[in-house]
Design a protein around this ligand. Structure first.
Ligand code: ADP
Length: 409
């Protein structure tokens, strides 16, 4: 029977899941869904691979046990929808691998301790990634778990792109350096690029992952060489509610003159800024486009201008640019943002075909003209598939290592 792979992407208030079945050449999605509003008003939804709604229901709120309860609910629902078939592996998205993890790992007690030691690098996200691993180890003790890191794709960037100009010791001793995030998305794009554009896959590509969280990366021959995100997922582009890059002097000013404490500054930088902060209306790009308030336009213009600037900066790192790829919620769906970014990059030889850009499709597609010196693509990302691939791969690798180990005489 084909193996089942469960992918978990857990955040502070939501647990997203995708269930895959082993397939050739790739795992095949069966179901996806989430419990959102954990701790407040937990709400469970599930869909088939085709997007048909299969469940939408409130769960009872259960205080500190909410993650546990949400996972139990997901497992029960899956059990009912797979006739009780056993899971072969569970893969987790983990935000930060620090310098320790540059590839997916099979979870052991030691790995959990090492993940816990990395919590200070991502205190807002990492604990929520670890909690489900512990809970699932108790609920399903026989099922192997694999952790896949958002930082891993960037681990081999040249040192110059990993450093801050702090005293060198801060990078070596304290790990204060640029890690980069959205690595599973970039890894997926790098994996499909050879089928889409062989020249770009062998050359220089800038990828713009534009979702609620937004970042860009420079790929040389499909390897990550630079990213706009750094030590945390705050650096680089402005995002739904995050500032993006900001003069560190502003933070000192907030502390010393506005007497804000660390929690207040964290809230301001992560939750009240970006598109929401600039517009005063919404963090959702669709609502900003729908508004005729000048500040909605200001927020979109700011976003576009930073994307164009970062694209040019990453092109310098690559010493040229063969392709520009748009992905994630805004990158895949927002033809206005794509058009305006490409207009600002016209001097680089970017020429968009506006009718191709306006079309909709869930498939990778070219949206630049034949004359464009830079090929521009929309490529839907698939971080969950990447995790499913890694998880099966990790389990198979471990099984073959065991098989290759000679039995002691
Ligand atoms: P994340 O995974 O980081 O939470 P997504 O990749 O789902 O985010 O992207 C969410 C963003 O995508 C939101 O800003 C939303 O407005 C935007 N988005 C989704 N669909 C569209 C669309 N049709 N047009 C413009 N923006 C869209």
């Amino acid at each position: 029977m084909k193996q089942l792979i469960l992918v978990i992407n857990a955040g502070s208030s939501s647990i997203k899941f995708s269930l895959f079945e082993q397939g050739e050449p790739d795992p095949v999605l069966l179901y996806k869904g989430q419990v959102e509003g954990i701790y407040v008003e937990p709400y469970f939804t599930a869909k088939s691979a085709d997007g048909d709604k299969l469940a939408a229901e409130n769960l009872p709120a259960d205080g500190p046990k909410s993650h546990d309860q949400a996972l139990r609910h997901i497992l029960k629902w899956l059990e009912n929808h797979t006739a009780g078939r056993k899971l072969a592996v569970i893969g987790h998205r983990v935000v930060h691998g620090g310098r320790r993890f540059s590839r997916p790992e099979l979870v052991t007690h030691e790995i959990i301790s090492e993940l816990e030691a990395l919590v200070p690098l991502a205190p807002l996200h990492a604990p929520h990634n670890i909690t489900p691993i512990r809970i699932l180890a108790e609920l399903l003790p026989g099922v192997p778990q694999v952790v896949c890191f958002d930082t891993a794709f960037h681990a081999n960037q040249p040192e110059i792109n990993q450093l801050y100009a702090l005293p060198y010791d801060f990078s070596q001793r304290e790990g204060i350096r640029r890690y980069g995030f959205h690595g599973l998305s970039y890894e997926y794009i790098a994996a499909v690029l050879p089928e889409i554009d062989a020249r770009a896959a062998a050359g220089r590509t800038v990828v713009a992952h534009l979702g609620n969280g937004a970042s860009m990366a420079a790929l040389s021959a499909c390897h990550g060489v630079a990213s706009t995100m750094g030590f945390t997922a705050l650096e680089g582009l402005p995002m739904g509610t995050r500032t993006g890059s900001i003069d560190a002097g502003v933070v000192l000013h907030l502390m010393n003159h506005l007497h804000m404490d660390a929690k207040g500054i964290e809230d301001l930088l992560y939750k009240k800024s970006g598109l929401l902060g600039l517009s005063g209306i919404s963090s959702d790009m669709r609502e900003l486009h729908a508004s005729d308030d000048p500040r909605a336009k200001l927020a979109v213009d700011y976003f576009v201008s930073k994307i164009a600037r970062e694209a040019a900066s990453l092109a310098v790192t690559l010493q040229g640019i063969d392709a520009l790829v748009f992905t994630a919620g805004i990158g895949e769906n927002d033809d206005i943002v794509r058009r305006d970014v490409c207009r600002q990059l016209g001097w680089l030889g970017v020429e968009l075909d506006e009718s191709l850009n306006a079309q909709r499709s869930g498939q990778p597609r070219l949206i630049s003209t034949p004359q464009s010196q830079v090929a521009v693509y929309v490529v839907p990302t698939n971080e969950e598939l990447m995790i499913a691939r890694h998880s099966l791969g990790c389990v198979d690798e471990t099984a073959s290592q065991y098989a290759a180990t000679p039995t002691p005489a």
